[in-house]
Design a protein. Structure first.
Length: 103
């Protein structure tokens, strides 16, 4: 897989850029909306940084694999948070009904 990704530089670059954008938006994005010029600058810097990471990927470092593991772990965390929220909502409604009936 590493050799195939090294041979297909455009695919490697797009994967790295996609992972970088996802990680930024999931973890580092500020809550307030940025002005459009700053938003453009952020994505431009990410594109340049992704190019540097693509060069490291071509030089046989497992950049894409490491970023994929990070994204999988983030998705697992998000799934767990959604499950906990769902479980809390499911049990929270029955607990409040039981408390009302008990009083």
């Amino acid at each position: 897989m590493q050799e195939w990704l090294s041979e297909h530089k455009l695919v490697s670059y797009l994967l790295i850029l996609g992972f970088t954008i996802y990680i930024f938006n999931s973890v580092f994005r500020p809550q307030a909306k940025l002005p459009i010029l700053k938003e453009i600058m952020v994505y431009l810097v990410m594109a340049i940084g992704s190019f540097v990471l693509m060069i490291m990927q071509v030089d046989k470092l497992p950049i894409i694999q490491c970023m994929a593991i990070a994204v999988i772990m983030m998705l697992m965390l998000r799934g767990r948070q959604m499950y906990d929220k769902w479980k809390k909502g499911k049990t929270g409604g029955t607990e409040s009904r039981e408390a009302e009936q008990g009083q």
